[in-house]
Design a binder for this molecule. Structure first.
Ligand code: ADP
Ligand code: MG
Length: 688
């Protein structure tokens, strides 16, 4: 369809708001409503109310003090009210001349001079009163409210709103089934005056539930579709061999697997044996022992003659995360003539060339690294399994590239994504519905719970005293300074100053400094002093957020804890309590210039002090921050839920999960129609 006519300004603005189709307009639900259905008496109105009155102008004059303004007095028979206009045209002055009878609408203010309205809207009195509340839509510059109102009304009238939820679907919870989609939308745009505004505002009205149910179904449909597409692909069927690498690895471990580790390992093994690509998220709290689970999966793939790739978001994390894994597997691989290859960004050309050779020849059974693993020059001989640690830090594009890599070697990959940030259940059921999820819900034995303390920055001395105590017992200490995103320099200053302060306060103790700007070899040197035990205190910016495993560390101090996100704090706290020693986490907060800690920051700190359960933390984080933060790169560009709220709409979500597969199975045409209506062209994003 060739667009020959130039678009008017409001039309352009509509497109900017994403309101291109009739259905988009119909789904542009009002922000709020105004009640123009009634005329009130001034006598009955209260200060602060937005009211509509009909009154006669008794006086009208331009005053110059304190500034130029048109002051109009009106009388509605019950009381008088002063209208003030600080900018006005002569035509307005004429319309507001004494004797004029007007219908006036505005917010009533009280005060010394009696009732007042500033810049009210007005028109001639009389005329019909609307029989529904007037919608107020969110808009942008260049798109006047009345224009938008008309556009939405005609979009709503034209949009195809035939029912797509099939009649054999279970009823929508909350009495919403009695509403058709058309009725629900009609109502939400033009609610009847007696509608309780609270039910509209908190979105509990059945019309709202109906709308949210539809939205959730669209999301589920696209997820289930993506899962089914994925399921139809082929991948190597990998079976553990009796007496093979998998068993040898288990035998070589210095510990027994926990029940949870055994369970998820079996889930993964079954999944990889199916001949269809695994697409699985392995979640488990920090320290729950995900690495060995990944190693066992790798052992199965390698034993079946394939290669396994392990990726972490940064070089230091790749090294930290997989050091143990390599330590376990390398001695078992060596006698088989198999090697471990590293691929990172900071590698020298020569070394990199050698590594690429190992990967291409298949001699490297295990390929470990960062994004470098999925770069163009990397050619695998036979890649069957990719493990991505801290999956939320990888973007959609990177995951797609990874799948591409595996395709080069002749099939779809098995994908195991690991995350230490547990995804709240409702989120797993919605945005991650196309993934299988395995959860490690048990920590290895012998861990002591970490005691969390909130301490004001003004009591820093006590904290230093505490550090001395821990050091005297031969323990080690982390001190984390926040990342200030706008200013890496400031960030660094903060860490550097703390480093100097602690070095001075703790003579004879090696205090290290680790920050994100340091060259990788330097970082590695510092880390090895800390893991080796020679370094007593490690001051760092958040680079140690994940992955460091030093069981001897027993105290974690987090400076400016109020600046961290909840999940981030939880991850950091997980760095201690990894050994048997009683461990503590001190959250140092400072009130800052305003003299107070903000409410959400307070909620976060409180949550940290109250619970150490990763799932509970994740749930609260979802409540505090909404889903956007969790999804990170996963959803970049994809539509988030606009209407449904995952923290409150669980019943609707459960319902949608039941309905979506049923629609795809029995009513594929309706399903397709539904997805197009809701997601337009955006559904592809959801599938990466
Ligand atoms: P995460 O899930 O955070 O990646 P890790 O895999 O790094 O956790 O494991 C944390 C620590 O616990 C490591 O030192 C690991 O060797 C150890 N560990 C893992 N599983 C067990 C177990 N079943 N029993 C004892 N220690 C274990
Ligand atoms: Mg880990």
């Amino acid at each position: 369809m060739a667009e020959t006519k130039a678009l008017s300004e409001p039309q352009k603005a509509l497109l900017k708001l994403g309101l291109a189709r009739d259905i988009d307009l119909a789904l542009h639900i009002p922000l709020r409503y105004e009640d123009e259905t009634r005329i009130v008496q001034l006598r009955d109105a209260r200060e602060g109310d937005t009211v509509q009155i009909e009154a006669t102008v008794t006086e009208s004059q331009v005053q110059y003090r304190p500034r130029r303004q048109l002051v109009v007095t009106v009388d509605d028979g019950s009381d008088t009210c002063t209208l003030r206009f600080f900018s006005f045209y002569p035509s307005q002055q004429k319309a507001l001349a004494p004797g004029a009878r007007l219908r006036i609408r505005g917010e009533l203010k009280g005060g010394f001079l009696g009732l007042q309205m500033v810049h009210p809207t007005y028109k001639a009195a009389g005329g019909e009163l609307p029989d529904a509340l007037t919608p107020v839509y969110s808009t942008v510059a260049g798109l006047p409210q009345p224009w938008l109102r008309k556009a939405v009304a005609s979009g709503l009238a034209r949009a195809d709103l035939t029912e797509t939820i099939p009649a054999d679907a279970p009823p929508v919870p909350g009495n919403a089934t009695r509403w058709s989609l058309r009725q629900a939308l009609q109502f939400l745009h033009h609610p009847t005056p007696e509608t309780p505004l609270a039910a509209l505002e908190d979105r509990t009205h059945p019309a709202w539930l109906r709308l949210k149910a539809e939205e959730l179904v669209a999301q589920q449909l696209s997820q289930v579709e993506s899962r089914r597409e994925h399921d139809a692909l082929q991948a190597p069927a990998l079976h553990p061999k009796p007496g093979g690498l998998h068993e040898q690895l288990l035998a070589a471990l210095p510990f027994q697997l926990t029940g949870a580790q055994r369970r998820v390992s079996e889930e993964i093994a079954r999944n990889m044996a199916r001949g269809r690509p695994m697409h699985r998220l392995l979640q488990g709290d920090v320290g729950s022992g995900k690495t060995i689970v990944a190693a066992l999966a790798a052992a199965i793939a390698i034993d079946a003659g394939w290669q396994c790739a392990l990726m972490a978001p940064t070089e230091i994390l790749a090294e930290q995360h997989f050091r143990k894994l390599i330590g376990w597997l390398e001695p078992l691989l060596a006698p088989r003539g198999q090697r471990v290859a590293w691929l990172t960004g900071s590698q020298r050309k020569k070394e990199r060339g050698e590594m690429l050779q190992l990967v291409a020849s298949g001699e490297a059974a295990l390929v470990v690294g960062t994004h470098a693993v999925i770069q163009e020059q990397v050619q695998f001989k036979a890649l069957a399994l990719a493990v991505i640690d801290e999956q939320h830090r990888f973007g959609v594009a990177q995951r797609l590239a990874l799948r591409g890599k595996m395709k080069e070697s002749g099939g779809e990959p098995h994908l195991l994504m690991m995350s230490a940030t547990p995804i709240p259940r409702t989120l797993a059921m919605s945005y991650y519905a196309d993934l299988d999820v395995s959860t490690i819900d048990e920590l290895p034995p012998g861990r002591t719970p970490v005691v969390t303390k909130l301490i004001s920055d003004s009591r820093r001395d006590e904290v230093v005293e505490r550090i001395r105590g821990q050091l005297a017992e031969g323990r080690q200490v982390y001190w984390v300074c926040p990342l200030i995103e706008e200013s890496e320099t400031l960030d660094l200053t903060n860490a550097t100053e703390t480093h100097a302060e602690l070095s001075a306060a703790l003579p004879g103790v090696l205090v290290g400094l680790l920050h994100s700007r340091m060259p990788v070899p330097e970082k590695k040197a510092v880390m090895s002093l800390f893991t080796g035990g020679q370094m007593g205190v490690l001051v760092s910016t958040t680079v140690i957020e994940v992955g460091v495993d030093v069981p001897n560390a027993s105290l974690m101090v987090i400076e400016h804890a109020e600046r961290f996100g909840l999940s981030q704090l939880h991850q950091l706290r997980g760095r201690v309590g990894r050994g048997a020693a009683a461990s503590a986490c001190v959250l140092l907060y400072s009130a800052g210039d305003s003299g107070r800690v903000g409410d959400t920051a307070k909620a976060r700190l409180k949550a940290m002090a109250e619970t150490s359960d990763g799932f509970e933390i994740a749930r609260r984080d979802l409540e505090i921050r909404g889903p956007g933060e969790f999804l990170g790169a996963r959803q970049s560009g994809a539509p988030l839920l606009r209407f449904a709220d995952l923290t409150t709409d669980t019943a609707l979500l459960e319902w949608a999960r039941e309905v979506a597969p049923l629609m795809l199975d029995r009513h594929p045409t309706l399903a397709a129609q539904h997805v197009t209506r809701w997601l337009g062209g955006k559904s592809e994003y959801l599938k990466a």
